[in-house]
Design a protein. Structure first.
Length: 644
């Protein structure tokens, strides 16, 4: 065969198109809907996993060198400000530009909040650490889809999964550590430190308090917003500004009834800056505004604020404004309240009085000058010492020492900075002139705080014990809480009485031995055995089983718990007897159902056919045959000659 010389063809030169190689795989992002869209940080982790490298290596060897070619100031921000990756700032835009060049994809903007650049502020927009729904992770694994992290999980105001009715988690259940938004190494759905799966089949549900209700409300609003604008372009800020102007006009009309800040928790000056376009509102502010005015985020974004449901809720720190107070001001009620304040033993500031009466301070000074003056004098007299205008150590040291000693002897927690304010002396001067007494005050405060915390911990532990079905002896509880039984019974009398009653109900048939060499160890074994017996009420339990499963030898059981052994024997006899009765009753029910079924089909229910229908074999001289005979007589069916 003759060898032919291969022809060499040159590539066609054309200026009509340009080719550029793709450096990274063009993996498809996950975005089924707005609320289920993948985040850009999650996409970067998956991209690095597809290339079988850590994200840190992908960033330092590919992403950052490419960013340095065009946008050098933003290169280090990938690690310094990972929260901004999923937002709409310059770092997000530059990263998207580079990724579009390297992967060839043009749909990565849906993984960020770029569409909300004109209407949302950056402040408090994202969480500092990762948060996730463990049930969503499990669902992804069961459906055999890519494990990814949703964009909505990164929002600071989103803390509840509406789909699974559970709160988001932010710690690994195995190691207890929080997760970084964009780690140098790791995989989606797995802990960055112990590499355990973050999914979980358990739903934490709701706890029914105000915080949980607010979380559910915010989660619904955010999900609706992301779904509504999922396929749209950037939201126009002019529409939002006009919506704010409409709300401002409605509120100004009602200003004689509602203070502006009490209605929407925003000062009028700040609200003006919003609708003038000087600053963008935060997501938290918009959600609070929607809650107060009975609107949705979509209503505000689309300027659909026709009906406002004003809610006037009291705030902890009131602000007073000039207005027509005479219309709703009850002078007789105010006078009675001031007289009541005057005779009270505690100091009540004038600001608190004005807040309770819903009136400005100027009005009280004008209507009740003498009462206001007397209240101020009473507040000054309540102070233990007159403030020093200028401190001289030789002249004022005795008086200060006497006051500090009163603070030390007081059973209340009093901060030395508050003492300095009462004395009219700088805190630095007190620490320099009276270091030992200040140190003694600090130690006393620490001891009181520790005592309060320990009391709160003991109370929470006892309440939790009462809610569960497990058993712990009194001695075991006292050892765990590191407190004497007498102290616990005196401090928490009602709770301790409930604990005693619960233990009596659980272990009323036998008692714990009192004279033992190691009482705590015996208490521990006693609790283990009792809890084990309570979980096996429907079957017999034997000593060998306890020895094998609980690791307690039969010698110790016979030595310390003879009453438990006798109880186990009696209970086993009763359980076996009950189980036999249950089996007999179940067979009777099966036979009755089989006879009725065969009779309804026109088939004679002979013993052989009934056995076959029941799937159970029994002899001809048993109780079941007698039952079969009685049932046939009851139904009026003739009995075969051999069974009469």
């Amino acid at each position: 065969m003759k060898k032919e010389k291969l022809k060499i063809y040159e590539f066609a030169k054309s200026d009509s198109f340009e080719t550029q190689p793709l450096y990274l795989y063009d993996i498809e992002p996950v975005y089924v809907s707005g609320k289920d869209s993948e985040s850009l940080s999650s996409y970067l982790i998956r991209l690095s996993n597809y290339h079988n490298v850590e994200f840190g290596k992908l960033a330092t060897e590919v992403l950052i060198p490419e960013i340095n070619k065009y946008y050098k100031p933003y290169a280090d921000g990938v690690y310094k400000n990972p929260l901004q990756i999923n937002g709409f700032g310059d770092l997000t835009k530059r990263t998207l530009d580079i990724l579009e060049i390297l992967t060839g994809r043009v749909d990565l903007k849906k993984l960020t909040l770029i569409n909300y650049e004109n209407v949302l502020g950056k402040n408090k927009l994202f969480k500092e650490q990762k948060a996730w729904c463990s049930l969503c992770f499990n669902e992804m694994r069961e459906d055999n889809i890519h494990i990814y992290e949703k964009l909505i999980w990164n929002l600071d105001q989103y803390n509840y999964c509406i789909k699974h009715s559970t709160s988001l988690e932010n710690k690994c259940t195995n190691c207890g550590k929080r997760q970084k938004v964009l780690p140098r190494r790791g995989m989606n759905g797995f802990c960055q430190f112990c590499y355990k799966w973050l999914g979980n089949n358990q739903s934490y549900g709701t706890i029914g308090n105000q915080y949980e209700e607010d979380s559910i409300y915010k989660a619904k609003q955010i999900e609706e917003l992301l779904d509504f604008y999922f396929d749209s372009n950037a939201i126009k800020k002019e529409i939002l500004f006009s919506s704010f102007k409409h709300i401002n006009g409605k509120l100004v009309e009602e200003i004689y009834k509602y203070h502006f800040i009490e209605t929407i928790t925003i000062t009028h000056t700040s609200f003006q800056r919003y609708y003038n376009g000087e600053v963008s509102p935060t997501l938290e502010t918009l959600l609070e505004l929607c809650s107060r005015l009975n609107l949705t985020l979509i209503n505000i974004m689309e300027n659909d604020c026709i009906n406002l449901g004003l809610k006037n809720e009291e705030r902890q720190f009131p602000h007073f404004y000039r207005g027509d107070y005479r219309k709703n001001f009850d002078q007789l009620r105010a006078k009675r309240y001031l007289e009541k304040v005057l005779v009270t033993s505690r100091k009540i500031p004038l600001e608190e009085i004005c807040f309770n009466l819903k009136v400005a301070p100027q009005t009280l000074h004008k209507k009740f000058p003498q009462l206001v003056k007397n209240i101020k004098e009473k507040n000054k007299a309540i102070r233990n010492v007159t403030p020093i205008k200028r401190y001289y150590h030789k002249r004022d040291s005795n008086m200060v020492e006497k006051y500090l000693q009163e603070v030390i002897d007081s059973p209340e927690i009093i901060n030395y900075s508050k003492v300095a304010m009462e004395l009219g002396i700088g805190a630095v001067t007190l620490r320099r002139r009276f270091p030992e007494m200040i140190k003694e005050i600090q130690n006393k405060n620490k001891a009181l705080i520790a005592k309060q915390k320990k009391g709160q911990y003991i109370k929470a532990y006892l309440e939790q014990y009462l809610q569960h079905d497990n058993y712990e002896s009194v001695r075991e509880i006292s050892m765990v809480l590191n407190s004497e039984v007498s102290i616990l019974s005196n401090m928490f009398e009602s709770l301790w009485e409930k604990v005693i009653n619960k233990n009596k109900n659980i272990s009323g048939k036998f008692s714990l031995p009192t004279e033992t060499e190691n009482s705590f160890e015996v208490n521990r074994m006693y609790s283990i055995i009792i809890n084990y017996l309570r979980t096996t009420l429907d079957r017999p339990v034997y000593i060998t089983e306890i020895e094998r499963n609980l690791g307690i030898t039969r010698f110790k059981i016979h030595k310390y718990f003879p009453e438990i052994i006798s109880y186990i024997k009696e209970r086993n006899i009763e359980v076996i007897k009950n189980n036999k009765e249950k089996v007999k009753q179940r067979r009777r029910e099966l036979m009755e159902a089989a006879i009725i079924k065969l009779s309804s089909q026109g088939i004679y229910p002979s013993v052989r056919k009934v056995k076959k229908e029941m799937g159970y074999e029994f002899g001809y001289r048993t109780e079941l045959v007698n039952l079969w005979r009685e049932k046939l007589i009851e139904l009026g069916i003739e009995i075969a000659k051999g069974f009469k």
